[in-house]
Design a protein around this ligand. Structure first.
Ligand code: GDP
Length: 328
């Protein structure tokens, strides 16, 4: 590799939460960043300096041409149908995009390397949902998978394809097994963002009730801005490998409600009601990750606690709702 040239990265799912934080990080590091957006993508505006291309994980027909043209050093596969509840309604679509989509990239990269003779490093966004019905109180790289949704089954498929391309073809391919990671850019359908958005709106008198599903489940929630740094670190190692990325702490939905509503001086018990529409046919009761390998090998550690995360998200939602309210 010519060290005088800027490195080139291609990010799928660049219009999502992780795509935003990762592209920002890579631009700061001097990368030329390309991103894949689906044809119905919302405008992503910032950060500037992105090179956007249409592409969809359900259709790999232009992946080879994109690779030959862009010649990326690193490909980060962050795109997916990533909503667990929705995957029960759209299981086949989810399997195709979230599962087979990974294989479309791996195969395109293998063929590209053969054609061009240039190595490409591949990051696969694997998920703690793969652990599902957990067999141990804390999960690491050795914990067996027991997926509990069409989404999680698709992620398990993508995980093993990534391992297999590494073992069969010597591809530099890594799985980041990321536990739940949130931010003010988290999609509005996920429980943390749903809570912080509602708390802000209730505080401003724009809404009174918040309908939720299962309040007893527990998650290991970290900050997305911290987690994209772990992705990058994985691709800088001498050898490809798989890593758990987590905070090691777990909290119930009730505790997250306490943190978010409490920050605004509100009592969530007066506002939250249960709606069976948000329950899932099979639930993941609890997740808690052991990121000691990431700490030891990558020198990675989370910087933001769950409490700080809830406050950051509530503040951002409050600011957003206030600006929005003024415009109305
Ligand atoms: P996931 O861990 O990837 O499924 O992330 P989510 O944020 O979608 O869900 C986290 C947990 O919150 C799950 O156990 C859900 O069952 C629970 N939950 C409770 N109420 C809701 C809700 O209204 N929406 C969502 N998305 N999750 C909810």
């Amino acid at each position: 590799m010519d060290d005088t040239l800027p490195r080139v990265a291609l990010i799928t799912g660049i219009s999502g939460q992780d795509g935003y934080y990762l592209s920002k990080l890579l631009i700061e590091k001097g990368y030329v960043v390309h991103g894949l957006i689906p044809c119905n993508a919302p405008g992503i505006g910032e950060p500037p300096g992105l090179n956007l291309h249409y592409g969809d994980l359900a259709d790999g027909s232009n992946f080879g041409t994109l690779l030959d043209t862009i010649k990326p050093d690193e490909v980060y596969n962050l795109a997916a149908q990533s909503h667990v509840r929705l995957s029960f309604d759209l299981p086949i679509y989810t399997a195709d995009v979230t599962g087979v989509g990974v294989l479309r990239w791996l195969e395109a990269i293998r063929q590209h390397q053969q054609r061009i003779g240039r190595p490409v490093r591949f990051y696969q966004a694997s998920s703690s949902e793969m652990f599902g019905k957990v067999s141990t109180p804390i999960q690491n790289e050795q914990t067996p998978f027991h997926p509990r949704s069409p989404y999680a089954c698709a992620k398990v498929f993508g995980f093993w394809q990534t391992v297999n391309y590494r073992e069969a073809y010597g591809l530099f391919a890594c799985n980041g097994i990321l536990f739940n990671h949130e931010s003010p850019r988290r999609g509005e359908g996920f429980v943390t963002r749903k809570i912080t958005q509602a708390a802000a709106r209730i505080k401003l008198g724009l809404q009174d009730k918040l309908m939720l599903g299962n309040l007893d489940s527990q998650r290991d929630w970290g900050f997305a801005g911290d987690y994209v740094d772990a992705m990058w670190r994985m691709l800088q190692q001498p050898q490809p490998d798989d890593y758990v990325v987590a905070t090691g702490e777990t909290h119930t939905i009730r505790e997250f409600l306490d943190a978010a509503f409490g920050h605004l001086g509100l009592d969530w018990h007066k506002h939250v009601e249960q709606d069976p529409r948000f329950l899932r046919p099979a639930e993941v009761d609890t997740l808690r990750g052991d990121a000691s390998k990431a700490k030891r090998v990558l020198g990675w550690e989370p910087q933001v606690s769950c409490q700080q995360l809830a406050q950051m998200m509530v503040e951002a939602d409050l600011a957003y709702q206030m600006t929005n309210d003024k415009c109305n």
